[in-house]
Ligand binder design. Structure first.
Ligand code: PIR
Ligand code: CA
Length: 280
């Protein structure tokens, strides 16, 4: 069983990642932390609570950073709608938020478990992770791994070269990618191949029940925005790929490479400059 903390901004694909983590026996979901990204912190935190309510998930949810470290907030209403999770019915929360800030929740959780047992799964902007590293640098050597949904080594989704989660808080991403811990970049190059195609949607429909309906409503909404904005036939499940990789490392192949986050480019800010010739 892999112990994980999901740091997220739900978000349609974040919701699927949470459901996969909570439902899979290989994963021990220690908690969910939230960060402003796809929508404002208030909205996406409430969405995390709704996802847990839909599926009867009972893990701590700790609310985190409302703005990026340096740059102005950017949200993704064009893809995720005004709530950040438009489409499905979003039920009332069934339990209160954890009393701690996400940063403290991450630190406490990593420090209170055995070294090299907790995996961080950031699937939104990296603000909370960067702040946690700075507040308690010991977490850097103590986590088992960091599996980030973010970046791209070929092309971006908010600029020709930048992926949203990195673009929203490049300084935080720079801190996370340059720290001395094992980071896996699950970028758009990979996640744009992981689509919720018809065959998968049919399988989910066949299950029936509230969670099945919720998932289909998620894909219907984000499927329509992906069709309009990116001309995709089906929506990517981006964030769920990180959880899938922890369940079964063979779902994709990885390569060792040095990743630098571009902070000063006139056209390239937020790009993950990936050097496959240089191993970290
Ligand atoms: C997806 C996202 C943001 C903007 C767009 N255009 C598409 C969110 C997803 O939740 C995922 O974590 C990541 N950011 C993909 O860029
Ligand atoms: Ca996300």
């Amino acid at each position: 069983m892999k112990k994980i903390i999901i740091d997220c901004d739900p978000g349609h694909d974040d919701a699927i990642a949470i459901l996969l983590a909570a439902g899979n026996p290989e994963i021990d979901l220690l908690g969910i932390t939230t960060v402003a990204g796809n929508q404002t912190l208030e909205k996406i935190t409430r969405n995390a609570q709704s996802v847990c309510a839909v599926a009867g998930i009972n893990v701590p949810i700790a609310k985190g950073s409302s703005v990026p470290l340096v740059q102005k907030q950017v949200v993704a209403g064009d893809i995720h709608g005004t709530t950040g999770l438009d489409g499905p019915f979003l039920p009332e929360p069934t339990f209160d938020l954890d009393s701690r800030h996400a940063v403290d929740f991450i630190i406490d959780t990593v420090m209170s478990h055995e070294p090299n047992t907790v995996n961080l799964v950031p699937i939104g902007p990296l603000t909370n992770i960067a702040l946690a590293m700075r507040k308690e640098p010991q977490i850097i050597s103590r986590v088992e791994s960091v599996i980030v949904m973010g970046g791209a080594y070929t092309r971006g989704n908010v600029s020709p070269v930048a992926e949203f989660n990195i673009y929203v808080d490049p300084e935080a991403a720079d801190a996370v990618f340059s720290a001395d811990w094992p980071v896996t970049m699950v970028g758009l190059d990979l996640t744009h191949q992981a689509l919720a195609r018809k065959e998968l949607q049919d399988r989910v429909a066949a299950i029936g029940g509230d969670i099945s309906t919720f998932v289909l409503d998620v894909w219907e909404f984000v499927g329509s925005t992906y069709r309009e904005v990116y001309e995709f036939d089906y929506p990517p499940i981006h964030d769920a790929c990180c959880v899938a990789a922890l369940i079964n490392p063979n779902v994709f192949t990885t390569a060792r490479a040095e990743v630098k986050v571009e902070l000063r480019g006139e056209y390239t800010r937020g790009m993950t400059v990936t050097n496959f010739e240089s191993e970290p």
